[in-house]
Write a protein that binds this ligand. Structure first.
Ligand code: CTP
Length: 211
């Protein structure tokens, strides 16, 4: 299979030297890339993380949500499975200042506009059955929830037309251990014991192979 995996937290620029981002390290996406490679798959990794690319992946470095969206659109057609492990910013500054913003003594408000939902775009634009010798495409998403984890994640699974969703809590951000729950569309919830992201990644790749 050819996996297209996204990783890391996007950076949304306010001016040439400042940005809004989040605490995602990119470890989960990179672990997925390594697990897919180890299982003998092709991997394209679109990353907004500072981590070193694993040897053997086709690596695409991006900064912003808009750049990640362009990269996903460019590489989507050739993949059999998209895994959106990136923490894509939901909002970006409405305007990026061309030069560094000077400080004043007055409060500063930054207007934000919503970004495109990449996962939703993929759910709408995927091959849902084999076409011209290309297999159907699987779409896998993540949900980070601090309350009503299963309910909120199931909503994303349905609304974004996904095959699988991996739900976790903010405790997983920036650390190497995670405790996730996984639901395959039409199936039951699977609660994995707390484990290293490398172990969880192997399980996710195996589940995707099975689907
Ligand atoms: N995602 C995406 N494009 C965005 C935002 C998120 O593709 N602009 C993907 C993430 O990579 C992840 C999933 O969507 O796989 C997370 O779902 P989302 O509904 O965006 O979660 P939150 O951003 O946490 O939104 P909410 O505030 O509704 O929980």
């Amino acid at each position: 299979m050819h996996f297209l995996i996204t990783a890391g937290g996007t950076r949304e620029y306010i001016d040439p030297v400042r940005f809004i981002s989040n605490a995602s390290s990119g470890r989960m996406g990179f672990s997925l890339a390594r697990a897919a490679l180890k299982a003998g798959h092709k991997v394209t990794l679109i990353s907004a993380s500072d981590l070193q690319p694993p040897v053997g992946v086709e690596f695409v470095g991006v900064d912003t949500a808009a750049e990640m969206f362009e990269a996903v659109k460019k590489h989507f057609e050739k993949c059999d499975c998209l895994i959106m492990a990136a923490a894509v910013a939901d909002y970006t500054p409405a305007r990026v200042a061309k030069t560094k913003i000077k400080k004043t003594t007055r409060p500063l408000a930054i207007k934000l506009k919503p970004t495109a939902d990449i996962l939703k775009w993929a759910g709408l634009n995927r091959r849902s059955s084999p076409v011209a010798r290309r297999s159907k495409q699987l779409i896998v998403g993540f949900a980070l929830e601090d309350k009503d984890l299963r309910k909120n994640a199931e909503k994303k699974l349905k609304e974004k037309n996904l095959d699988m969703i991996i739900a976790n809590t903010p405790a997983a951000i920036g650390v190497d251990i995670a405790s996730v729950q996984i639901k395959i569309a039409g199936g039951k919830w699977l609660k994995l014991p707390s484990a290293k992201k490398a172990v969880i990644a192997q399980k996710i790749i195996a589940l995707a192979e099975n689907i």
